[in-house]
Structure formats: structure tokens, C-alpha cells
Design a binder for this molecule. Structure first.
Ligand code: FES
Length: 255
């Protein structure tokens, strides 16, 4: 065991054969582990994502794509790349595959690399397959602090689905990820599931939402505590007395 220990010149003991031993008078530099994104920026062929898998717009998507492209002058039709990628992802079970990106590039007569650049920049494009219900848990500060707090929502979701963040349930129904602010902070804590927002959540109401989806039902989107959009809660109001008038409670010179 002692052979694995190295004694440095200032008397400190550094454990591990690979550890660096700082010289006397030289400040040791340390670094934290590299933080990696949850998505690769490069493509790696997999059985469910490679150029051999065919993709093309179905009739409904084609009609929509032609309508979108017609909004732009012909020489600028590549400006439709984002809505067309979105269209392709929706048709492809919420997954922007390599074939879908290549198809959009061909459709818009633009280099595939330009399409890859867009798809890798915007996190709305899922470049790996996801479950039928794509659950995006907001954990930014207002959601973390608002209501019961997003920590409890995250725990309730993961405990209920028995998966970790970034994972998909074995039945392929749910994929859960953690995201930054989704712009509904006044109704914190909230989650986005596919195109719908579920807001003013508690651990109980988010489990009710997930259970309803698993049963094939469509739970009502929006606030889950009975309030109307982001209007004041029916009972928990801040203005419970008649507001005081102008000048009241001011120092005399401002009254
Ligand atoms: S912080 Fe969650 S929606 Fe803004």
C-alpha cells in the first residue's frame, strides 16, 4: 500500500500512482471534471439513426411544407429550415434523425451541413429517439423557488416513472429531461410535456397528469390548481383590503 503513496518535498502525502506531486514553491493546479452536455454534437451511426433509414414527408407534412416554403421568395427558401425540421420531427415521433435532416436539406436545396448546424444548435430538436411523452422539467430559479419548488416535482416524476433524468421508461412512453426556464415563471413550478404546459404543480398533481397520460387520456393543460391562466389565485390573493389612495402614508412633503 505504501508503494502507492508518494511523499512530496513539502511533506504532504499524495495518494495514487497517477497523482501529480507539486514541487516546493510551485502552486498546484487542480481542475474540476469536464461538464458534458446531455447531447453529442457529432453524429454516431446507430441502428435507429443512420443514413440508410428512409425518411420522407407524408402527404399531410408535404402539404404543410409546401405551404411554409411558399411564404419565402424562391431564392430564400432555406429560411424555412427551422419550421421544416420541426415538421419532420413531429412526423418522426419527436425525433430529428439523420435521415430527416438530410431530407430537409434536399427539400430546401441546401448543404446538409447547414441543416446539421441548425439542428445541433436548437435544443428543441431531439437528435436521439425519445418517448411518446417528452417531459421537460423546468428547474430554473423561479420554478425552484415558486410553489412547492421544482425539486419536489423532479423527485415526484422520477420516483413515479422509476427512471433518472435523461432516461426513457422501458415501455417507451416517457422521456424526462431537465431544462432551463420555459417562460411560465408566474405559474411555477411547471413542466412541458410535448406541446403542453402543466403549471402550478404539486407532487400529487404532476403524478395525476403522468398517470392520465399513461392511461391514454389527455389531461387538461395549464394551471393544475384551479386558477385561470396566470390570474391571481381564486383564494390566495395578495390584495385583501382596499388599496390606499395616492399620497396616503407619505411623508408630509410628498402627501
Ligand atoms: S423558471 Fe420555470 S418557467 Fe421560468
Amino acid at each position: 500500500m505504501m508503494s502507492a503513496l508518494m511523499r512530496n518535498t513539502v511533506g504532504a502525502i499524495v495518494r495514487g500512482a497517477g497523482a501529480r506531486v507539486p514541487r516546493a514553491g510551485v502552486r498546484a493546479l487542480t481542475s474540476t471534471a469536464a461538464v458534458r452536455s446531455d447531447a453529442l454534437f457529432v453524429h454516431r451511426d446507430t441502428p435507429d439513426n443512420n443514413a440508410e433509414i428512409k425518411f420522407s414527408f407524408n402527404e399531410a407534412s408535404m402539404a404543410k411544407a409546401e405551404e411554409i416554403v411558399a411564404r419565402y421568395p424562391p431564392q430564400y427558401k432555406k429560411a424555412a429550415v427551422i419550421p421544416l425540421l420541426d415538421l419532420a420531427q413531429r412526423q418522426n415521433n419527436n425525433f430529428t434523425s439523420l435521415s430527416a435532416m438530410n431530407y430537409v436539406a434536399e427539400f430546401l436545396e441546401m448543404p446538409p451541413m447547414r441543416v446539421y448546424e441548425v439542428a445541433t444548435f436548437y435544443t428543441m430538436f431531439n437528435r436521439t429517439p425519445v418517448g411518446k411523452y417528452f417531459v421537460q422539467l423546468c428547474t430554473t430559479t423561479p420554478c425552484m423557488l415558486g410553489g412547492c419548488g421544482s425539486d419536489k416535482i423532479v423527485k415526484a416524476v422520477l420516483d413515479h416513472l422509476k427512471i433518472g433524468l435523461g432516461e426513457t421508461t422501458s415501455d417507451g412512453l416517457f422521456t424526462v429531461i431537465e431544462v432551463e426556464c420555459l417562460g411560465a415563471c408566474s405559474n411555477a413550478p411547471m413542466v412541458q410535456i410535448n406541446d403542453d404546459y402543466y403549471e402550478d404543480l404539486t407532487p400529487e398533481t404532476i403524478v395525476d397528469v403522468l398517470s392520465a397520460l399513461a392511461r391514454g387520456e389527455k389531461p387538461k393543460a395549464g394551471p393544475q390548481n384551479g386558477r385561470l391562466t396566470s390570474a391571481p389565485h381564486p383564494t390566495e390573493r395578495t390584495l385583501t383590503a382596499t388599496p390606499y389612495g395616492p399620497g396616503e402614508h407619505c411623508v408630509p412633503e410628498f402627501a
